[in-house]
Design a protein around this ligand. Structure first.
Ligand code: BGC
Length: 259
């Protein structure tokens, strides 16, 4: 095993994806490996599939994992697009026990943001307020101020169209699919969301990540918000790359603490 290589896993509402990453360059090494997220996605079922992803890579070191929840010290506090059984449990412990390696867990969008700011388009934008929005089953957010992350921002849960509708129910990629919207119609909705968030936080740059970032050309004309909006350069591998980098950071932290 090369010592500049780490394994990152991105747990999502529809798939659990893993990949080996060169943590010096942020490049993926070999193919990603994806298994369907079990339905229902309760902790035991997800932990089992998570272990299969780790087994696939025959990995025997610490692991980084992005999870679609508010995560503090390994504990998952919310579950918008995953089984409610994850609320209030120690996800890091559950996943570590299941695969026999130490797993470090953090919010998925925060880790995608970490990857983009370390290796991707955000690398050149370490000053001011940078906001990354991941567009998938939900809307994830990562906020950086002068390159420092403010974790667990959950801007996909802002109320947008009255008290009954949080933004991600209206403007995530799942809303486009569910309501069979054209990219143009969805782009107009997403622009409403960006206008709202832009008004609240006045970022210097907005980066779009997640599955829909690959389709940026199909809706970019709809984005009228008066802040620069660019697609993430690591596209939907950002979650895996950020997770691997997070594992590396934790491994270094533990090594320093042991010195
Ligand atoms: C969750 C966030 C997550 C986002 C993207 C939202 O529903 O609340 O924690 O980052 O989906 O997966």
């Amino acid at each position: 095993m090369q010592n500049n290589m780490m394994l990152g896993v991105d747990v999502g509402g529809s798939g659990i994806k893993g990949g080996l990453v060169n943590i010096e360059t942020g490049e993926m090494i070999g193919e990603r490996f994806r298994l369907e997220t079990p339905k229902p996605s309760h902790p035991d079922a997800v932990a089992e599939v998570f272990s299969k992803v780790i087994e696939h890579f025959e990995w025997t070191d610490v692991i980084g994992c992005g999870f679609p929840s508010v995560v503090k010290n390994g504990v998952t506090y919310t579950a918008a697009n995953i089984d409610k059984g994850w609320i209030g449990v120690n996800a890091a412990e559950i996943l570590s026990e299941a695969c026999g390696q130490e797993v470090f867990v953090r919010n998925d969008a925060d880790l995608a943001g970490l990857a983009e700011l370390t290796f991707g388009v955000g690398k050149e934008h370490q000053n001011g307020v940078v906001l990354l929005i991941t567009i998938g089953s939900g809307l994830g957010s990562a906020l950086f101020i002068n390159g420092h992350m403010v974790p667990n921002t959950e801007f996909g849960h802002l109320y947008l169209k009255g008290q009954d509708s949080i933004a991600e129910h209206y403007a995530a990629d799942s809303a486009r699919k569910r309501e069979d919207l054209s990219w143009k119609a969805w782009g107009n909705r997403f622009n409403e969301y960006l206008e709202h968030i832009n008004f609240l936080f006045s970022p210097n740059l907005i980066i779009l990540g997640g599955g829909a970032s690959k389709k940026f050309a199909k809706y970019k004309e709809q984005l009228k918000v008066k802040t620069k909006v660019i697609p993430a350069s690591l596209l939907n591998s950002a979650g895996i790359i950020g997770a691997a980098y997070f594992a590396h950071q934790n491994k270094q932290r533990l090594a320093t603490a042991a010195e």
